[in-house]
Design a protein around this ligand. Structure first.
Ligand SMILES: NC(=O)c1ccc[n+]([C@@H]2O[C@H](COP(=O)([O-])OP(=O)(O)OC[C@H]3O[C@@H](n4cnc5c(N)ncnc54)[C@H](OP(=O)(O)O)[C@@H]3O)[C@@H](O)[C@H]2O)c1
Length: 274
């Protein structure tokens, strides 16, 4: 019994030390972008928004942020299935659900892609759940196929594509997942070059589910990671994306947005909204 207690205390202390180390690292290294105080705000930049991954933990909050934004007039949710949030959005008249049969072929979206200004991409999975080839298909092939279809339908600004990649994303990294997400960020930015589209990669740490879906463990983790700016709520991440879209002259195509940057843009969103 004594041994068990000692092991449990040692595990708890180790965990706290790891979290403290992560927080120190985040505090010292994150946050490279500063939202300008005098940046013009394009009220039409998010008029028609499309959300991918809306049934997931991250995408649900992105959808919530878009549903609550008065400048977003219409939201297309592209998904394999519905969710309570999507149902509520459809009932409100602001959301239209497109049940997507194939995420490598968007021919069915051709009639609507010309209207879309902003895409919030929270579609993705853990590298622990799929093999490498499937991981590449979901995180590289899916968004590349979508961008190909979107750019065939529209190349006129304002257009922005916001891809949740994650902290540790690195085209030269040692892990397959990090390389593939890094490769996707680079490929998407290259595709957008010369068009009216800007693409962004969000290298967030812990993204807490929306307030009406989160449990006490989520809030505890958010609290523990807050000193290092390593946690953000999914709604705030969505608000940061909408703010970055609306500041059409501020961040260049291909900008990488770390977790501290997202926190700063979510704060700017609230200040703009008053
Ligand atoms: N959660 C975090 O703290 C966090 C932090 C940093 C980065 N991220 C990244 O954010 C992304 C989403 O994470 P999450 O936590 O929201 O995951 P999640 O809760 O598992 O949600 C995944 C979403 O992607 C969709 N999806 C997954 N595989 C698909 C496929 N093969 N075809 C079509 N749709 C598919 C799911 O749709 P269905 O409902 O139809 O399965 C769901 O909407 C991932 O890339 C993840 O690495 C997450």
């Amino acid at each position: 019994m004594n041994l068990l207690k000692k092991l449990a205390s040692a595990a708890a202390v180790t965990l706290l030390l790891v979290l403290a180390g992560l927080d120190a690292w985040g505090y010292l290294t994150l946050g490279h972008l500063e939202p300008g105080s005098d940046q013009p705000h394009d009220r039409n930049a998010n008029t028609v928004t499309m959300v991918f991954g809306a049934t997931g933990s991250v995408g649900d909050g992105l959808l919530k942020a878009a549903m609550e934004d008065p400048e977003v007039e219409k939201i297309y949710v592209v998904s394999r299935r519905s969710s309570p949030r999507i149902e509520a959005g459809v009932a409100s008249g602001k959301v239209e659900l497109v049940l997507q049969p194939d995420f490598t072929n968007y021919g069915n979206l051709a009639p609507i892609l010309g209207e879309v200004n902003t895409v919030l991409w929270g579609l993705g999975t853990s590298s622990l759940q799929v093999d490498d080839a499937t991981y590449t298909r979901i995180h590289v092939d899916f968004p590349v196929a979508f961008l190909t279809a979107w750019l065939a339908a529209r190349t006129q600004a304002p257009m922005s594509f916001h891809y949740v990649t994650g902290m540790g994303t690195d085209a030269n990294g040692s892990a397959h997942w990090a390389r593939e997400k890094g490769r996707a960020e680079i490929a998407l930015a290259a595709m957008a070059r010369g068009s009216g589209l800007r693409t962004f990669g969000y290298r967030s740490g812990f993204i807490r589910p929306a307030s009406d879906r989160a449990n006490p463990a989520h809030y505890l983790l958010e609290y523990l990671l807050r000193p290092g700016q390593l946690a953000i709520s999914s709604e705030d991440l969505g608000r940061a994306m909408l703010e970055i879209s609306a500041r059409t002259g501020e961040l260049a195509n291909g900008t990488v947005v770390d977790n501290a940057d997202s926190i700063a843009y979510a704060r700017a969103y609230r200040e703009t909204a008053g």
